[in-house]
Design a protein around this ligand. Structure first.
Ligand SMILES: Cc1cc2nc3c(=O)[nH]c(=O)nc-3n(C[C@H](O)[C@H](O)[C@H](O)COP(=O)(O)O)c2cc1C
Length: 169
């Protein structure tokens, strides 16, 4: 069972709930959960397979714990690492900054050589701008617990089906 490190942060608990759900659903892998708020600087170094979860706050800003942590990513060599990302946001109230934090973290880890898998279609979402869109797709799973929570379960299942072969090859 290849081991995955899932690193997330959460202000009101949404991203934390989703992180736990993903762990429970990923039966083909052992998933270690790491809340970024309690994570030591170089913890990602210990995993070749990584999932990163983030919500967006302010107007297109990182969640506070990610804000404090993100510079540590400059010290991680991602060139041998496979990374999948998920982001939480609110496409109605923040339609110009939907899921921006996922895009900010994506940019950083790609600069450091990460192989990012698990991109996600923008179909079914209604927003104007997002830093999490690259080449017409979200760079990771897009979730909106504020407006589309009823769709999350199915989206997560589909995404796990999509990423699992890459994590287990
Ligand atoms: C003050 C405030 C600012 C927010 N800013 C954004 C934003 O810029 N973009 C976005 O997509 N969502 C934004 N959101 C929505 C949150 O990302 C969303 O509620 C998310 O589920 C929170 O997850 P968490 O509890 O794990 O931090 C904002 C929410 C609040 C209350």
């Amino acid at each position: 069972m290849p081991k995955i490190g899932l690193f997330y942060a959460s202000s009101t608990g949404h991203t934390e709930d989703i992180a736990r759900l993903i762990k429970a659903k990923m039966t083909e892998n052992e998933v270690d959960l790491h809340n970024i708020a309690d994570t030591v600087d170089n913890a990602m170094q210990n995993y070749d397979l990584i999932i990163i979860g983030s919500s967006t706050w302010g107007e297109g800003e990182l969640q506070d714990d990610w804000e404090d942590y993100i510079d540590n990513l400059d010290n991680v060599n991602f060139s041998q690492k496979t990374v999948a990302m998920f982001g939480l946001g609110d496409q109605e109230d923040y339609c110009d900054n939907f899921l921006d934090a996922m895009g900010i973290i994506y940019k950083k880890i790609v600069q450091h050589g990460a192989n990012v898998i698990g991109s996600w279609s923008t179909d079914g979402y209604d927003f104007d701008e997002s830093m999490a869109v690259n080449d017409g797709e979200f760079v990771g799973l897009a979730l909106d617990e504020d407006n589309q929570s009823e769709l999350s379960n199915e989206r997560i299942d589909k995404w796990i089906e999509q990423i699992t072969p890459y994590f287990n090859k």
